[in-house]
Design a protein around this ligand. Structure first.
Ligand code: AMP
Ligand code: ZN
Length: 114
């Protein structure tokens, strides 16, 4: 996707603060953090949103979830706890249509929509 900002970040065409990378997954700092720690975990491959994941993406989805735990341990937010948010589509407030997990930590979360 030539006009997708997260594809450009994955391709290193736009600089960002990378905190984790493997062959399929990238994690970087959110440009407008809503918590002391606010990271975005993305697949390098363009997938618009969570509900577009296909059975063939099962391994990729698992790698993204495993990356969250590895990152949380590495940056020291695992024991205190953290929140993972996925906005899927318009009603959820998704603004960037390239799948991403928000990883929020470093403070007590005060709002629990679930
Ligand atoms: P969402 O509303 O779930 O689509 O979240 C999109 C997120 O992407 C927001 O938290 C933005 O602050 C973040 N964002 C947008 N552009 C960039 C960028 N160039 N680098 C890092 N984060 C970004
Ligand atoms: Zn993309």
């Amino acid at each position: 996707m030539s006009d997708c900002i997260f594809c450009k970040i994955a391709a290193k065409q736009i600089p960002t603060q990378v905190v984790y990378e493997d062959t399929d997954v990238l994690a970087f700092k959110d440009i407008n953090p809503k918590a002391p720690t606010h990271l975005l975990v993305i697949p390098k491959k363009h997938i618009e949103k969570l509900s577009d994941l296909q059975p063939a993406d099962a391994e990729l989805g698992g790698k993204m979830l495993l990356a969250v735990g590895k990152i949380a341990e590495h940056i020291g937010i695992k024991d205190a706890g953290f929140r993972v948010v996925i906005n899927n589509g318009k009603f959820a407030g998704q603004e960037v249509f390239h799948l991403h997990f928000h990883v929020l930590g470093g403070k007590q979360m005060s709002w629990n929509p679930a």
